[in-house]
Design a protein around this ligand. Structure first.
Ligand SMILES: O=c1ccn([C@@H]2O[C@H](COP(=O)(O)O)[C@@H](O)[C@H]2O)c(=O)[nH]1
Length: 270
């Protein structure tokens, strides 16, 4: 998917919502376990209920890998079920020596047909660049994550007094551009968000941490939106597990609608 196509979806749906498909067998309504593929059945109902309000879907690959071969099958069925105009994110946090990264890229882009993959920057340019050679596919580089452990390395001040996450953002400008690279910036990183937006005014930012992790959609939107939207705000548990009863899909749809309606207000204020 191109930058323009994604920006067009945001305009069309007045939404920059990404629904996180972190589907776990012990969290979904237990009556679904009698289905042949409970994970896909859950995802399908969540997608049907939220598709009018979301521009992106982000399965976290760990939840599928944890189930072995059947998990991979449920994941592929989920990706195949999503309409082509929706942006898909493999939240896989990959990255290895170039030869191996190339195989990760083939797996998620060519084989599974994801639009994008999250990549860890720690191994440097040759670990990221193979992902950037695929046309209309995206790298979403971890820059400043939402978790408390982000303090351990990402805020570390370098000799030039810049934090490590800033170095990741600045150096990676040599690897890709705003048409094939996004950054993960946690919704819990309000204080740093404004500065980051100034460093990369045109890039899309994938923002996890709204909902269950306590990040504020309002705060992030006020600082992070640009003329093309420029944000994909993810909520996983806050949407998909808003109800664990038979009405789970309906309630997920309501939660997604609430977020989309709020997003529409912020987009109209641009
Ligand atoms: O910094 C990061 C990077 C990735 N994640 C992932 O996003 C979702 C968040 O789920 P919620 O249920 O909405 O909290 C999950 O898949 C994480 O692994 C993140 O939270 N922070």
């Amino acid at each position: 998917m191109t930058y323009e196509q994604l920006a067009g979806q945001i305009r069309e749906k007045s939404s920059y919502l990404c629904v996180g498909l972190d589907t776990a067998l012990d969290k979904i309504p237990q009556y679904l376990l009698k289905e042949k593929d409970p994970v896909f059945e859950f995802n399908k109902q969540i997608i049907d209920a939220t598709i009018d309000y979301a521009v992106a879907y982000k399965p976290n690959i760990a939840f599928y890998e944890a189930l072995g071969p059947s998990g991979w099958e449920s994941l592929q069925k989920t990706i195949d079920y999503l309409p082509k105009e929706v942006f898909t994110i493999a939240d896989a946090k990959r990255g290895d020596i170039g030869n191996t990264s190339n195989m990760y890229a083939k797996a998620f882009f060519e084989n599974m047909h994801f639009d994008s993959i999250t990549v860890a920057p720690y191994m440097g340019s040759d670990s990221v660049e193979p992902f950037l050679t695929f046309k209309d596919k995206w790298v979403i580089l971890l820059a400043l994550t939402s978790n408390t452990g982000a303090q351990d390395f990402q805020f570390e001040e370098l000799a030039n007094q810049k934090p490590l996450y800033q170095k990741v953002i600045e150096q990676s400008q040599n690897w890709g551009n705003y048409e094939n690279m996004m950054y993960v910036i946690g919704a819990t990183r309000n204080e740093q968000f404004e500065h980051i937006r100034k460093l990369i005014p045109n890039h899309f930012l994938l923002v996890p941490g709204v909902g269950a992790q306590g990040g504020s959609l309002k705060d992030i939107s006020k600082i992070g939106l640009n003329n093309n939207g420029g944000l994909l705000v993810n909520s996983s548990r806050g949407i998909i597990y808003a109800s664990t009863e038979k009405d789970f899909a309906h309630v997920a749809g309501q939660k997604a609608k609430e977020l989309q309606e709020e997003m529409k207000i912020y987009l109209n204020e641009l």
